[in-house]
Design a protein around this ligand. Structure first.
Ligand code: V47
Ligand code: SF4
Length: 363
């Protein structure tokens, strides 16, 4: 068996590690060592930069047919706490933020049978008519899979329709954990891992880039996390279409898995480092500040993260309903800059596709 020293020296030489090596690294490497080699890997990719964007979310509805065990956000139609915005209400949100400087709108919601692919294509078109310069990053592969198959279209046909409407990118949600024995327990109605990966593969081949996530800290073990990361790495080798990977910490309030509690910050940091070290072909590792909270996000920058997501402008409820500390998530740009510089990095504004945005900055 390989020693931990061999594995660390491979990583220091930017060589790829396999599943067994990743497992040994997880079991044997102390936290400080993971921090050191993950930051070395981050520096090779993005130097001293840490990226953020100006964005807001639209969550058109939380009414959902599915019953994912970890979800604190879904409601049945008519249930207390359910919402279902009309097209005009969605467009009012966009109008009210027209001058916010946002470069991205992130749209996700429940799987609500009231709406179909054609309705969402119209929604994207109407949003783009109000904010033509904004990139629409919309719908998880689970939502897309559901609406495209319900329209009896192929993945290519469905994605083409949305792309022509103005969808530029796909967020990373719905991946959860790919291993079927865990996936069928925590989100039995969601599309399979193979279907999630197939949708991203087709999107990438059509020039639609995307992100990938992993929901960890519930009933999965380290083997399933490593398997998940390996499957993302394999698809990325084939397409190169993932911009960022986002480990999502299970937040335990108000859902059917609340009895599990939450994993430790040490586990969060080790998972970030492991993600950076396994995913040698995914350029950006995102520490989603809304989910971690601001304190852990600052620490995440010492474990290989080079992106913290965006300003958010108090526009998402998924995490506040699951117990995240910021019940009204907003991050000011000077706070982002302070956080990055405190961790020894430089905050850089980016767009959805990781082009740097320099407007409004002094040369
Ligand atoms: O797929 C739901 C997760 C995801 C809980 O692509 C939960 O830039 C933790 O994917 N505890 C949706 N996680 C959010 C998402 C995302 C977020 C930010 C940026 C991007 C991006 C994508 O939220 C779901 C699920 O994995 N989730 N409930 C919970 N209780
Ligand atoms: Fe529905 Fe998404 Fe919640 Fe699952 S995670 S129950 S698909 S809203």
């Amino acid at each position: 068996m390989k020693s931990i020293d061999n594995i660390v020296s491979k990583l220091r030489n930017a060589e790829r590690i396999d599943s067994q090596e990743a497992l040994l690294l997880w079991q044997k490497a102390p936290l400080w060592l993971l921090s050191e080699i993950a930051v070395e890997a981050k520096l090779r990719v993005s130097g001293e930069k840490v990226y953020y964007n100006r964005n807001f979310h639209i969550e058109p509805t939380n009414i959902c047919l599915f019953e994912c065990q970890f979800c604190s956000y879904r409601r049945k139609a008519g249930q207390d706490g359910a919402w279902d915005y009309s097209m005009e209400q969605v467009l009012d949100i966009v109008r009210s933020r027209r001058d916010s400087g946002a470069t991205e709108i992130h749209i996700v919601g429940g799987v609500n049978p009231k709406y179909d692919l054609y309705y969402y294509a119209e929604m994207i078109k109407a949003i783009k008519a109000i904010m033509p310069q904004v990139a629409v990053k919309a719908f998880t592969a689970v939502e897309l899979n559901w609406m495209i198959s319900r329209a009896n279209l192929s993945l290519e046909q469905g994605l083409k329709l949305l792309k022509e409407a103005g969808m530029e990118s796909i967020p990373g949600g719905g991946a959860e954990i790919f291993a079927p024995h865990i996936r069928t327990k925590i989100c039995p109605q969601k599309c399979s891992a193979e279907e999630w990966l197939a949708l991203h593969r087709v999107a990438h081949n059509m020039g639609i880039d995307s992100n990938a996530t992993m929901l960890y800290g519930h009933i999965e073990g380290i083997e399933e996390r490593i398997d998940h990361l390996m499957r993302i790495r394999e698809l990325q080798d084939a397409t190169g279409g993932f911009n960022a990977f986002i480990p999502l910490k299970f937040r335990a309030a108000n859902n059917s898995l609340s009895y599990l509690g939450e994993t430790s910050i040490t586990d969060d940091l080790r998972t970030l480092a492991l993600s950076r070290l396994i995913l040698d072909n995914v350029p950006h590792i995102k520490a989603y500040w809304v989910m971690y909270g601001k304190t852990t996000t600052e620490l995440a920058l010492a474990f290989g993260a080079d992106d913290i997501d965006g300003t958010i402008e108090d526009s998402t409820k998924i995490y506040s309903m699951a117990g995240a500390s910021d019940t009204r998530p907003v991050m000011r740009i000077d706070d982002i800059e302070r956080m990055c510089s405190a961790a020894g990095f430089v905050a850089v504004e980016r767009d959805t596709h990781y082009n740097e945005v320099n407007y409004g900055k002094k040369e």
